[in-house]
Write a protein that binds this ligand. Structure first.
Ligand code: GLP
Length: 244
């Protein structure tokens, strides 16, 4: 769906998420949301906060699993995705702290494998993701699944692509301060979500969006695997849609 401006697209997506959360609450069930960081979902989170404050949307029945985290990364660093999620959403709504899951960037490396397996198991135990929100990196990554990620990949420790490190430099003052690795849900983990919403705003995403939506399905553009998902929505502004 192409919107003239990002704000309208973000409001539509937030409305859909709110609808899902309310429907689940009416049935006495939990809504399990896969959440993303980066600039793309910020407008969605702002609208969800507004719906919470002004229209009584409750997050008491919401369970969240975040896509990724830099590694290594202490949770209280400004650049951590833990910090981001609290500042952009969790601190402003009534979500229960025990329902929040974000990959732990502080683990000793020898514990990472087991931790990642357990992360995928926790998602399954929660009933699977009802909806996964995604941004897209200029490498075609979803989460931090860089080119070369297989469609079956699970949550794991990955190396960041040089272009991703360059793009992240704005958040870390200097490129050399950007972590070289990250923990990320796998493409396989993401593909198991019952519904997926990919957001892309701005001309900087136009080329990779064309490759994602209209290009060949390939490990070289991990987001292109989404073409095989039965219920995926791509929500963009007119600038990201320029090359479609
Ligand atoms: C980071 C995140 C991705 C996100 C991407 C795009 O790499 N790990 O999940 O999609 O950035 O960021 P932005 O939304 O700021 O363009």
């Amino acid at each position: 769906t192409i919107f003239e401006e990002a704000g309208a697209g973000a409001a539509r997506v937030a409305g859909e998420i709110a609808g899902l959360v309310r429907t689940k609450a009416q049935k006495g069930e939990q809504a399990v949301l896969g959440l993303a960081t980066g600039s793309s979902p910020i407008g969605v989170y702002q609208e969800l906060i507004r719906l919470h404050r002004e229209e009584g949307l409750s997050f008491a029945n919401v369970v969240t699993f975040n896509l990724d985290e830099y590694y290594p990364m202490p949770p209280d660093e400004l650049q951590s995705y833990v910090y981001f999620m609290h500042a952009q959403l969790f601190d402003h709504v009534d979500i229960r702290p025990e329902n929040i899951h974000i990959p732990d960037g502080t683990l000793p490396v020898e514990q990472v494998r087991e931790y990642c397996l357990a992360y995928d198991k926790q998602i399954e135990a929660a009933g699977g993701l009802d909806l996964q929100l995604l941004g897209i990196g200029r490498t075609g990554h979803i989460g931090f699944n860089e080119p070369g990620s297989s469609i079956q990949s699970a949550t794991r420790l990955v190396k960041l692509d040089p272009l991703t490190i360059t793009d992240a430099a704005k958040d870390f003052i200097k490129e050399e301060y950007v972590p070289l690795r990250a923990l990320t849900m796998g493409v396989g983990t993401i593909m198991k979500a019952r519904q997926i919403v990919l957001l892309a705003w701005g001309e900087g995403k136009a080329k990779i969006l064309r490759e994602t939506v209209e290009g060949q399905i390939s490990e070289q553009v991990p987001a292109s695997f989404l073409q095989q998902h039965p219920r995926v929505q791509v929500v963009v502004d007119q600038w990201a849609a320029l090359e479609l």
